[in-house]
Design a binder for this molecule. Structure first.
Ligand code: UD1
Ligand code: CA
Length: 454
């Protein structure tokens, strides 16, 4: 196979985003759009991968994991031809060079493969036919359908302006020819820029054929210039992801109402109700059911677990056949064994909860280790923080914690202990015993309510 180089042009500022951030780091599907383009590029196994950056270069580089990426700076944005020139010294001398844009995030690797194959020994450009081609470079073909020129809209004759086939910007060129062609570009055009698109005419002059390949879906070639376009591509990406899930057997209540901002891996017979948001890496085992309006970020949920409406889980692990929510909150470090129940308005942070234990109502469990078959009543709190340090609460197996109990950490509730409701527990509750830590109830006989003064 011929050596493939890929250059991603990403030096534009993106004025119309009205943002302090460079355009290519704005997120789509939860990650910077440039990152997505780089991932697609990697799928093609290039020998060389170069990103041309300019505006906000430091931020761009920080946000990209760049072990295999060479960076080329373009300090002044003098046009796409000038941008590609900045990458030349990083390219090998032979093979093909594929040019991509950092602000065109949804191209599929398979379409690029088709484009590379179509180039053969020559060049190829990816084109699209648009009902409204305004703003794009137009593709000019000869009688034999070969591409002979790309004319920017501002430089078009009226006849050229009526052409509806446009340049997506993605193209494949023989690397050995680049230096010569890029050096002879002129900026004597409507925008005073060095147009990469002018290499098409130079190629034709040199007897190099340029094949125009129509893109399979318009969204693969769609770029982001403003937040309207970004939101449109976000919806397309989400619908594509939803369709892929449905095709793989995942049940979705509505493919238009799910957002995956990262990676979602599902077992068999998973069902997901409306408005679920998945971030980072989420794994759902067989038969997991997600209720409406749940948010799951970096979590692993084992088979058979049900998560009811409005639950929020982050950096947590949930065992098999658990029941969570509605309104359950798992914060980082929540680790639930199998058959655990976490009910409404229960918050769990950095705690291990053992098999079959239940914490069903309005409770805070933080920095705790809880054994199996424990029942924590309503309105209990692990009092884990004294304003300076955090302390551990240890609860053994088969413990029953009455409602309204404060467990002032560090503290231990031994196996089989029972805690009376309303207790403030500050010392070890011994195994198998009833411990009550609250003021005794008194009744004042004959007490009269005060009466209003006349
Ligand atoms: C370019 C094409 C046009 C095509 C359109 C598709 C040229 C001359 N025109 O126009 O035919 O229809 O894309 O969207 O190539 N960039 C740099 N440095 C620069 C200029 C641009 O890195 O000096 C990068 C931008 O960050 C962007 C890409 O190149 O990723 C395209 O630049 P943009 O200004 O959007 O090109 P258009 O004028 O839209
Ligand atoms: Ca553009």
């Amino acid at each position: 196979m011929e050596r493939l180089s890929i250059v991603i042009l990403a030096a534009g500022k993106g004025k119309r985003m009205y943002s302090a951030l460079p355009k290519v780091v704005h997120p789509i599907g939860g990650e910077p759009m440039l990152k997505r383009v780089i991932r697609t590029a990697r799928e093609l196994n290039p020998a060389r991968l170069v990103v041309v950056y300019g505006h906000g270069g430091d931020i761009v580089r920080q946000m990209i994991d760049d072990k295999d990426v060479a960076w080329a700076e373009q300090t002044e944005q003098l046009g796409t031809g000038h941008a590609l020139k900045m990458a030349l010294s990083a390219l090998p001398e032979d093979g093909k060079t594929l040019v991509l844009y950092g602000d065109v995030p949804l191209t599929r690797a398979s379409s690029l493969q088709t484009l590379i194959a179509a180039a053969g020994d020559g060049a190829a450009v990816l084109t699209d036919v648009m009902a409204n081609p305004t703003g794009y470079g137009r593709i000019v073909r000869n009688a034999a359908q070969g591409v002979v020129a790309i004319v920017e809209e501002k430089d078009c004759s009226p006849e050229q302006r009526s052409l509806r086939e446009i340049n997506t910007g993605m193209l494949v060129l023989p690397t050995a020819r680049l230096a010569g062609w890029l050096d002879s570009l002129k900026n004597s055009n409507a925008q005073g820029e060095y147009y990469l698109t002018d290499v098409v005419e130079l190629a034709v002059r040199d007897g190099v054929s340029v094949t125009g390949v129509n893109v399979a879906h318009s969204w693969e070639a769609a770029g982001v210039n403003n937040k309207v376009q970004l939101s449109e591509l976000e919806r397309i990406l989400q619908l594509n992801q939803a369709r892929a899930l449905l095709e793989s057997g995942v049940g979705l209540a509505d493919p238009a109402r799910i957002d995956i901002r990262g990676e979602l891996v599902c077992g068999r017979d998973v069902s997901i109700d409306i408005n679920a948001v998945f971030e980072g890496r989420v794994e759902l085992g067989d038969n997991v059911r997600i209720g409406p309006n749940c948010v799951l970020k970096n979590v692993k949920v084992a088979a058979g677990t049900e998560i009811a409406a409005f639950s929020h889980l982050e950096d947590a692990e949930v065992g098999e056949s658990c029941k969570l929510g509605p309104y359950a909150r798992l914060r980082p470090g929540a680790d639930l064994a199998d058959h655990v129940h976490i009910g409404n308005f229960v918050e769990v942070k950095k705690s291990r909860i053992g098999t079959g234990s239940k914490v069903n109502h309005l409770t805070y469990i933080g920095d705790a280790v809880i054994g199996s078959k424990v029942n924590v009543g309503a309105g209990c709190v692990t009092v884990n923080y004294n304003g300076v340090n955090k302390f551990l609460t240890t609860i053994g197996d088969n413990v029953f914690v009455g409602s309204g109990t404060m467990m002032v950490a560090p503290v231990t509730l031994e196996d089989g202990s029972t805690i009376g409701a309303g207790s403030v527990i500050t010392r070890t509750a011994p195994a198998g015993e009833l411990t009550v830590g609250r003021a005794r109830q008194v009744t004042v006989p004959g007490w009269k309510r005060p009466e209003k003064n006349k």
